[in-house]
Design a protein around this ligand. Structure first.
Ligand code: FPP
Length: 236
């Protein structure tokens, strides 16, 4: 289905415009199968692909995925190398599909400090999809929300007054719709330095499903649960 068949903001997503996902549980998924963690991450990338396609087909306006946090550098070097290799492969393999399907790729986080060839791949992909008007897919890379807020506040201060509005325009997510729903897989129930500012009024949905087992049906289930909730934004 192309983006024209399910326009952004259509009823298919029940008023839910922007979903973010903390993709957790790749390691446990692999361990349960007596396989190396790398196999779990590899399967995790397949799920990224399937969920991105589902989000696009539903007409979701934005999907933000936590792929590599600023704290993930603390993992063993071989695991970091595996994740970076998967990232290279993902951008190389999937960019043509994004271009063809009107998906706009975004990256949030301090991606400039990744390896030079990855920075080049990212910048090429951002440029090639910059004018796309369908689903925005934001990948969080070397991302930490506290760092993002500090950077934005410093920029706001350099320009003058520091207010929620002047900080907001300097966040990496500026230009994306407000965050509606945060999903975390694998049974953990915390935000882990992900979109702390943006999640101020987001609904949270947790599932025991490990990320490599997550399917488009789970995404639909989370969005359906979102649709049942009453959001009051501090009012009554
Ligand atoms: C958590 O599993 C997952 C991550 C470290 C990030 C998610 C990464 C991917 C899905 C692959 C890379 C993505 C792209 C877009 C190239 P974990 O290792 O913490 O699992 P555990 O808690 O069970 O050990």
């Amino acid at each position: 289905m192309n983006s024209a068949a399910a326009p952004a903001g259509s009823d298919g997503v029940a008023g839910c415009r922007h979903v973010a996902i903390i993709m957790d549980g790749n390691g446990r998924w692999a361990r349960k199968r007596l396989m190396p963690r790398a196999v779990g991450h590899k399967r995790g990338v397949e799920v990224v692909r399937e969920v991105t396609r589902a989000a696009r087909d539903m007409g979701l306006e934005a999907l933000t995925l936590y792929a590599f946090s600023s704290e993930n550098w603390k993992r063993p070097a071989d695991e970091v190398a595996d994740l970076m290799g998967l990232l290279r492969g993902f951008i190389r393999n999937d960019i043509d599909e994004f271009v063809a399907n009107n998906v706009r790729l975004r990256v949030i986080g301090d991606y400039q400090h990744l390896a030079g060839d990855i920075v080049d791949l990212i910048e090429d992909a951002l440029a090639r999809t910059a004018l796309n008007t369908g689903t925005q897919l934001a990948i969080a890379l070397n991302y930490g929300s506290q760092q993002e807020i500090a950077r934005a506040a410093a920029l706001a201060a350099a320009e003058g007054e520091v207010t929620p509005e002047t900080i907001e325009v300097h966040l990496d997510t500026h230009g994306m719709p407000p965050l509606d729903l945060v999903i975390r897989t694998s049974g953990e129930e915390r935000l882990s330095n992900f979109l702390l500012w943006q999640a101020a009024y987001a609904e949270l949905w947790f599932t025991d499903v490990l990320w490599p087992d997550f399917t488009p049906a789970h995404l639909k289930e989370a969005i359906d649960a979102f649709a049942m909730r009453e959001r009051r934004y501090g009012g009554r």
